[in-house]
Design a protein around this ligand. Structure first.
Ligand code: PHB
Length: 397
């Protein structure tokens, strides 16, 4: 049986970023277990916005080169009400930028860096059990790609295995632990299209027909979203219906949504969830395993990066200095930021979407809120600051 300082479950944003920070910043080894194949991890389509802090972390730790070359780095976003667009000058208002860089590209960069550093990722490997987290040493039981049952001991284990994490229940079963949830009365219909960019900057459009978002992937591939019913299925949205709705919601005399061949369609559910605490003994949660945000503010990946920006120095201090003060404080340092991201995602969502069948009063009140934000510099500045993201926490080890 082998031993590693940190066992990591899940090669998503939380797991790969943690492993990278541990190795790059502190020379600490870890082992990553991932149930999916490398190809699956590198190809699954997710959201794609990096906060300024996430971009900085990539650059400062040597994985930012391809992002800088290929991401669509923008100074601004636009918010529209019935076709009337307001530019939110992120760079002018905050000094920071945002990047559209798909999550799977982010993961590719971190997988490549890890393999280049000779570090381990066990793909197609299922973790079947974790034991010993309340004691002095953790044991991780796993089944390899070719069906062999094996185990590994570790000083600490981090579960970054997504919103269905089987490990979360080990924490939520503790007395006093909280799992707060919220469901939204709308969802997004997401498509990928072979088309040129509609315009350089993202457009978040509120309209009487529902919300739409114009985003991008590459100069030739665009990502569009339409508000839909959470019960909708892909076959309910023909190409004709998609284009008709996108034009109704976004296109104007001076801007027409670029059309092209649609090659991917999916319904994205809107959910919020927060777990507190995010730790138990030697077990820690990060990313979606601990919390879920709706896609509107594109905070999901960035929140995982923020979690492990606390966890990496905390683990390093524990492993190298035998001092667990930061590790003991992990939840109290991470959870307040999670709530702020929940609030921002909820606020953007509720301001931009129209709830089907809601009272006329509520529809007009939320559009007045959006107009108030867009028409004042204070409002635009607040939105811009939250959008580009709070600084990532930094700790000495
Ligand atoms: C995306 O391009 O996938 C995207 C962009 C902005 C968002 C959410 C998703 O707020």
């Amino acid at each position: 049986m082998t031993h590693t300082p940190v066992a990591i479950i899940g090669a998503g944003p939380a797991g790969l970023t943690l492993a990278h920070l541990l190795h790059h910043n502190y020379g600490i080894e870890s082992v990553i277990f991932e149930s999916r194949s490398r190809a699956d991890v590198e190809e699954t389509v997710r959201a794609g916005v990096l906060e300024q802090g996430t971009m900085n972390l990539m650059r400062e730790t040597g994985v930012g080169e391809r992002m800088d070359a290929e991401a669509d780095i923008d100074d601004a976003i636009e918010l529209a009400i019935d076709g009337e667009r307001t530019r939110i000058d992120l760079a002018g208002l905050t000094g920071h930028h945002m990047a559209v860089y798909p999550q799977h590209e982010y993961l590719k960069d971190f997988i490549a860096a890890r393999l280049a550093a000779g570090q381990t990722i066990h793909f197609e490997t299922e973790v079947t059990d974790v034991a010993g987290y309340d004691g002095d040493q953790v044991t991780v039981f796993y089944t390899t790609k070719d069906g062999q049952e094996q185990q590994l001991t570790a000083d600490y284990v981090m579960a970054g295995d997504g919103s269905a994490s089987p490990r979360r229940a080990l924490i939520t079963e503790l007395p006093g632990a909280v799992r707060a949830r919220h469901e939204y009365p709308y969802a997004w219909f997401g498509i990928l299209v072979h088309a040129p960019q509609t315009q350089k900057e993202l457009i978040y459009a509120n309209s009487e027909h529902g919300f739409a978002l114009i985003s991008t992937r590459t100069p030739e591939i665009q990502r569009y979203y339409l508000q839909c019913n959470p019960e909708d299925t892909v076959d309910m949205w023909s190409d004709e219906r998609i284009w008709e709705e996108l034009h109704k919601r976004v296109s104007t005399d001076d801007l027409r949504v670029a059309e092209g061949e649609i090659f991917d369609k999916a319904v994205l559910r809107f959910r919020s969830a927060v777990t507190d605490p995010m730790q138990r003994g030697r077990l820690f949660l990060a990313g979606d395993a601990a919390h879920t945000v709706p896609p509107t503010g594109a905070k999901g990946l960035n929140l995982a990066v923020a979690d492990v920006s606390v966890l990496a120095p905390a683990l390093a201090r524990a492993i190298k200095k035998n001092n667990t003060d930061l590790l003991d404080a992990y939840s109290s340092l991470a959870v307040p930021r999670v709530w702020k991201a929940q609030h921002f995602s909820y606020w953007m969502s509720s301001m931009l979407h129209t709830v089907p069948g809601q009272e006329y009063f509520q529809t007009e009140r939320s559009r007045a809120e959006l107009r108030s934000v867009l028409s004042t510099e204070a409002g635009r500045t607040y939105l811009a600051q939250q959008y580009v993201g709070l600084d990532l926490p930094k700790f000495e080890v």
